[in-house]
Design a protein around this ligand. Structure first.
Ligand SMILES: *Cc1c(COP(=O)(O)O)cnc(C)c1O
Length: 391
């Protein structure tokens, strides 16, 4: 008999009742060190006092008003994002998927309004993940996500990851945009080299193609910069953001240059909840904390600590792990043993990790994870490896 909750997830049996920093407590009292952070969402840990204060203060005043009216909390967060990034303008959503939908619409509308309505094709890459809407699954194109959901939204061309020659010939007079994650998350923590991002920018510039970055997972401080593409020195025309920006409260955004937003006047897009006062009050506090050079420097330092420990872990358990991947605190362990077996052994040892494609486990801890918890994480991961070796 079907469960009251639609069974689309293969869930682990634990249910958590309380979170504090990088730790979660389950119903049975067992504590787990959370290296998944709700898949890169709880960027400042669980029950962060500053975020709780921002949320409760706003909750006592006003939760929701329609976008028919000005929303000062939304304006404030938009100004903060514009101030710290390439973007001139921001639209707020409730999720990454909704951000992907708008990115697609905005890019197509741009060419339409610029007199090139035939430019509708969006180039994406194998291993990509952009969300679960019909547009986003068509963009990602993985068989697992699209099977049975046809007909798919047309207009996506998918290329092999890292195939530069294919990219050069794939851009035609039908091409609208290139959409890419600077660090693939679900795809197995695969970083696009800076050189490739630069080449991509040049190619887009010379062909009038819009460049869309999906920084839903790798953005908001994960790599040690506010956004991952900053390491490469180039900027996109449109960027999707979500996950960490709400620190655990549902919030997403599309950032764009004034040029890319050319077609998006009044009435062209909307959202009932997107950018509501509650979400934006929390988002502004998250931004205030994360978009600080001192904070981001700490992410890089903590990354060094964790990474060094992970290299030793891999060396000590060569039948379980193969290599460390990723940047900052978006790290992956390429596995020799089955990644899902390792994640499950982690539950036994009391540490939460997240599987990804390419037989990788993801480590996406809170960006402010204390050094002592990093040391504990390495101990628990070693215990996890021992459990896998003994099985
Ligand atoms: C999670 C994710 C999405 C989808 O975000 P939702 O909030 O789950 O809709 C899109 N792109 C990337 C890179 C993601 O990691």
């Amino acid at each position: 008999m079907i469960t009251p909750v639609l069974p689309t997830y293969n869930r682990a049996p634990m249910a958590f009742v309380k979170g504090e920093g990088s730790w979660l407590t389950a119903e049975d009292g067992k504590r787990y060190l959370d290296l998944g952070a709700g898949i890169a969402v709880n960027a400042l840990g669980h029950a962060n006092p500053d975020l709780v204060a921002a949320l409760t203060e706003q909750a006592g005043k006003l939760w929701h008003v329609s976008n028919l009216y000005r929303i000062p909390q939304q304006e404030k967060l938009a100004e903060m994002l514009v101030d710290k990034t390439f973007a001139d303008t921001v639209f707020f959503t409730n999720s990454g998927t909704e951000a992907a939908e708008l990115a697609i619409k905005m890019a197509r509308k741009y060419h339409y309004e610029k007199g090139h309505p035939q430019r509708t094709q969006i180039i994406t890459f194998e291993g990509a993940f952009h969300g679960r809407s019909t547009g986003a699954i068509a963009a990602a194109g993985s068989e697992k996500m699209v099977k049975g959901y046809g007909p798919l939204m047309p207009g996506f061309v998918q290329l092999k990851w890292g195939d530069h020659d294919a990219l050069r010939t794939a851009i035609t007079d039908q091409t609208c945009a290139v959409m890419i994650e600077p660090v693939q998350g679900e795809g197995g923590i695969r970083t696009v080299p800076d050189q490739c991002l630069k080449g991509l920018r040049d190619l887009c510039d010379s062909t009038g193609t819009l460049l869309i970055f999906d920084e839903v997972q790798c953005g908001m401080g994960r790599t040690g910069k506010l956004f991952a593409h900053e390491w490469s020195g180039i900027t996109p025309d449109i960027m999707m953001v979500a996950k960490g920006i709400g620190g655990g409260f549902p919030l997403g955004a599309v950032l764009a240059t004034e040029n890319a937003a050319y077609g998006m006047g009044a009435g062209t897009h909307g959202s009932t909840y997107g950018g509501n006062p509650l979400a934006c009050a929390v988002g502004a506090k998250v931004m205030e904390i994360i978009a600080d050079d001192g904070f981001l420097g700490e992410v890089t330092r903590k990354s060094g600590l964790l990474r060094q420990g992970l290299e030793s872990l891999v060396a000590a358990h060569p039948t379980v792990f193969e290599a460390v991947r990723g940047e900052g605190l978006i790290l992956g362990l390429k596995c020799k043993a089955l990644n899902t077996d390792i994640v499950r052994a982690g539950y036994q040892a009391g540490v939460l990790t997240v599987p990804a494609a390419d037989n990788v486990i993801r480590l996406l801890p809170a960006l402010n994870i204390p050094d002592a918890d990093i040391a504990t994480a390495l101990t628990l991961l070693a215990q996890t490896a021992a459990l896998v070796e003994a099985a």
